[in-house]
Design a protein around this ligand. Structure first.
Ligand SMILES: Nc1nc2c(c(=O)[nH]1)N[C@H]1C(S)=C(S)[C@@H](COP(=O)(O)OP(=O)(O)OC[C@H]3O[C@@H](n4cnc5c(=O)[nH]c(N)nc54)[C@H](O)[C@@H]3O)O[C@H]1N2
Ligand SMILES: Nc1nc2c(c(=O)[nH]1)N[C@H]1C(S)=C(S)[C@@H](COP(=O)(O)OP(=O)(O)OC[C@H]3O[C@@H](n4cnc5c(=O)[nH]c(N)nc54)[C@H](O)[C@@H]3O)O[C@H]1N2
Ligand code: SF4
Ligand SMILES: [Mo]
Length: 754
């Protein structure tokens, strides 16, 4: 290998493909897939080629900032920044209570170490409420997992590589990935006459184009479509009785509900042909194995939590669980959710799922005179003004807080409302990793080494949190002295002393990440202290999944498997297979009391029953359904800010069907105005027969500020959440309906000439 090639990973989606890059000075000049990476195996998509737009550009922050009264920012040094941030947050804690300091974020698609270290800052402050973007997509699904499998963290994953039938519901993996080597696997399924690809999506997506069956559902019609499929399974007696008798409980209320589904009527309401729905249900029931993937198309649309339940019932009733090619519960290196014991949010009493407050409730928890309202917010590696529903309201919420601290690489739309902005080193300037380790049967963890020195005056998050914890007064030198002494004697002594400390000092438990960083970190080799937290994670993993870790080659007695796993993580630059599962392991991970899948969820059976009487809400002022945030080849959330990274798609066009374009009197590239009850935006149209009539779609991750050559800042494209409303959400999980925004579309030129 040419010595110039260095190993890292792509950070633009959750798959984090292993890559090799050539660098020239501080620039990433060439990028190719890393064949030695255990899950991506050399695969990448075209987006990886744009990583230099993240690493270098006019968006990068190079000094801590403090906001002046007039809204401009003043550069300050790190010591001042840490001192003032700590003082400000301590004052809020001492006046109002640490629980009034809300923490949002913790990582994006490629970086989760920051969030893990932030737990120490939160613990030092007594900050207990938290959330992140998962609470505007996955919390409904997690809640359903909790009902079915006993714990919300019993997360399932599809084995698409081996599945005879692959089903994607509101998911376009050709563009958005979501499982390793997505395009290769999709093409394999599509090319094999013995295998079947099924897509449920209102658009003829790139994935739908490959599919054997495309159920081109009406936007928001999924609850009827999925319940019709379940109705066919029960009414045609296609369910796996043997599997259900052995492994499921409480099926009767569900079967009774499904026996009563008026299939023809529900297909008509969903906008899908009844014969096609029956054929799809029969194909699923007849398959040796089925894997399914539900994503934003149903999770961010009406009935989102019910949709998750119905989607899961399709594979459960056909016995596609805990076996090859089907759905299984995977291992993990660490949790992606929040901590804390609170079950509801402090002001509005919204349900907290996996420790996360629903994103759409956040402004309601601030814009109130309720005594429990949040007073401060720490925002890390996320851009809520841009990514949460109703940007206007989110800005107002930030402006109502006493202290907002943003940790980011860029002066984001959110950072502009911060009192302090702390500049992070980029993900190619520090040790990083993600906890998106969601694969089965082989699960992979990848610790990346930095490619470059940090940009001057930026810091990695572990160092930021370590300094904050000290400045807050969370850890005293005497707390750490025994661990420093033990670390000098070697890992075994350190392990014993650490376990003793955890047992004896529950007050320090919340700060273990920074404790490890400070005491174990310096022994790991130059610059590697950020990996210290993974020592704890590796041991926890080896204790939680002993057989699976052993099968992956990490054997021995007592602490040995965890220790070996940690060494492998620390020393492998292409990622490590940390667990190898057997399909039966899924049963061990089930957390229900009787060891069976619980099929009846009363809250959602009640919602299912209500479908019969529900008519799609139509407001004549807003005749279109707008999907605000479609994943396209050019988008990567808000990680790439430079509009040049988007190539030809720079404008962020509104996709619209030929029939709708004709009736609006617009031609390709014409300007239109999109209006919702919350806002309006102008953009150009792209006319495409991939869209059905009545449905229009805007890309995600656009509408970002970027300075031009002359230094003048401009906004590029439409920011989707200027158009969304925070009350437009699921009743149970609070998940937003970004894919289903009632909208009006008008030709701009026509309006002017009228
Ligand atoms: N290229 C790219 N890839 C990404 C990202 C990115 O920004 N760009 N972001 C990453 C992130 S954070 C996530 S969460 C994933 C999301 O991945 P996906 O969920 O696959 O992405 P979306 O394009 O938002 O939505 C998927 C599909 O839902 C469809 N849809 C809209 N309304 C409905 C409906 O009513 N019913 C059904 N059944 N479908 C509907 C849309 O037409 C779209 O094709 O992508 C990840 N990957
Ligand atoms: N309307 C609409 N809204 C949506 C969606 C939609 O489809 N439609 N999708 C939703 C979904 S699924 C998601 S996941 C969210 C995503 O939206 P966000 O949660 O806001 O996440 P990202 O856009 O990934 O933002 C990541 C931030 O991290 C910063 N960053 C990059 N590297 C580092 C680093 O090393 N350290 C630090 N501290 N910061 C760094 C980037 O500059 C950026 O500001 O958006 C949600 N919002
Ligand atoms: S965007 Fe996702 S699938 Fe594409 S190269 Fe990056 S990590 Fe891999
Ligand atoms: Mo996401």
């Amino acid at each position: 290998m040419d010595n110039n090639w260095r190993k890292t990973a792509c950070i633009l989606c959750s798959i984090n493909c292993g890559i090799e890059v050539a660098v020239d000075g501080r620039r990433i000049t060439r990028i190719r897939g890393d064949k030695a990476h255990p899950s991506s195996q050399g695969y990448t998509c075209e987006k990886a080629q744009r990583l230099d737009y993240y690493q270098n550009g006019r968006h990068r922050l190079t000094t801590p900032l403090r906001r002046r009264a007039d809204g401009t920012f003043q550069p300050i040094d790190w010591d001042t920044a840490i001192r003032e941030v700590a003082a400000s947050l301590v004052k809020i804690r001492d006046t109002h209570g640490g629980d009034k300091i809300f923490y949002y974020g913790g990582g994006g698609q490629g970086n989760h170490l920051g969030g893990a270290y932030a737990r120490a800052t939160r613990a030092a402050l007594g900050s207990i409420y938290t959330s992140n973007a998962l609470a505007q997509e996955k919390t409904g699904e997690f809640w359903v997992d909790g009902q079915l499998y006993g714990r919300p963290r019993c997360h399932t994953t599809g084995d698409f590589e081996h599945a005879e039938v692959a089903v994607f519901v509101g998911k376009n993996p050709w563009q958005s990935h979501g499982f390793p080597r997505a395009r290769v696997v999709l093409k394999e399924v599509a090319a094999d006459p013995a295998r079947t690809l099924i897509v449920i999506d209102p658009r003829r997506t790139e994935t739908a184009e490959l599919a054997d069956y495309h159920l081109q559902v009406r936007p928001g019609g999924d609850a009827w479509c999925l319940s019709a499929m379940l109705g066919v399974l029960v009414q045609e007696d296609l369910i796996d009785r043997a599997f259900l008798a052995e492994h499921a409980s409480n099926g009767e209320p569900l079967f009774e509900a499904l026996r009563g589904i008026p299939i023809a009527d529900y297909c008509a309401r969903a906008g899908v042909p009844e014969e096609q729905v029956r054929a799809v249900a029969r194909r699923i029931a007849g398959a040796a194995s089925v894997s399914m993937f539900e994503d934003l198309g149903i999770q961010q649309a009406p009935h989102s939590t019910l949709n998750s339940y119905l989607e899961k019932l399709i594979y459960l009733l056909t016995g596609n669980f805990a076996k090859r090619g089907a759905m299984n519960i995977h291992t993990g290196m660490a949790s992606l959710g929040g901590g804390g014991k609170a079950r509801t949010s402090p002001v509005t009493g919204q349900r907290i799922i996996t420790g996360l407050i629903p994103c759409n409730a956040i402004p309601d928890e601030i814009l109130t005179d309720h005594p429990n309202r949040f007073q401060a917010m720490i925002v890390e590696s996320t851009n809520p003004v841009h990514s949460l529903a109703d940007s206007q309201r989110m800005r107002a919420a930030l402006d109502a807080l006493e202290c907002v601290v943003v940790i980011d690489v860029a002066l984001t739309e959110t950072a502009r409302h911060a009192h302090y902005v702390l500049p992070a080193s980029s993900q190619f300037e520090k040790w990083e990793a993600t906890f998106f380790n969601l694969e089965f049967p082989e699960n992979v963890f990848h610790l990346r080494a930095p490619l470059f020195d940090p940009l001057p005056d930026t810091l990695a998050e572990p160092e930021i949190h370590s300094r904050l914890v000290r400045a807050i007064g969370g850890l005293r030198p005497e707390d750490l002295a025994p661990l420093h002494a033990a670390a000098a004697q070697g890992r075994a002594a350190y392990g014993a002393t650490f376990m003793q400390m955890v047992g004896e000092r529950p007050d320090l438990a919340g700060m273990v990440s920074v404790i490890l960083y400070e005491t174990l970190g310096p022994t790991l080799g130059p610059g590697r202290a950020a990996a210290a937290l993974l020592w704890g994670a590796a041991h926890t993993c080896a204790m939680s999944f002993p057989e699976s870790v052993r099968r992956a080659g990490f054997t021995g007695e007592g602490f040995e498997p965890g220790e070996r796993l940690f060494e492998a993580i620390l020393n492998s630059r292409s990622g490590v297979t940390f667990t190898i599962d057997e399909y039966e392991d899924t049963w061990k991970r089930l957390a229900t009391r009787d060891g069976r899948v619980n099929l009846a969820v009363p809250e959602l059976l009640a919602e299912l029953a209500r479908l019969a009487a529900e008519q799609p809400a139509r407001d004549p002022r807003f005749p279109f359904v707008l999907t605000a945030g479609e994943r396209r080849s050019s988008t990567a959330n808000t990680v790439l800010r430079n509009p040049a990274s988007r190539g030809k798609e720079a404008a962020g066009a509104l996709r619209i069907s030929p029939a709708d374009a004709e009736s609006l009197g617009v031609t390709a590239g014409a300007r239109v105005r999109v209006t919702t009850k919350r806002g309006a935006a102008e953009t150009v149209v792209e006319i495409t027969d991939r869209m059905q009539s009545g449905h229009v779609s805007l890309p995600n991750g656009q509408g970002l500020v970027y300075p031009g050559d002359d230094g003048h800042e401009a906004v590029h494209g439409v920011a989707p959440n200027e158009l969304t409303a925070s009350d437009h959400r699921d009743w149970l999980a609070g998940t937003p309906w970004h894919k289903h925004v009632p909208a009006r579309v008008e030709a701009v030129a026509a309006a002017i000439s009228d």
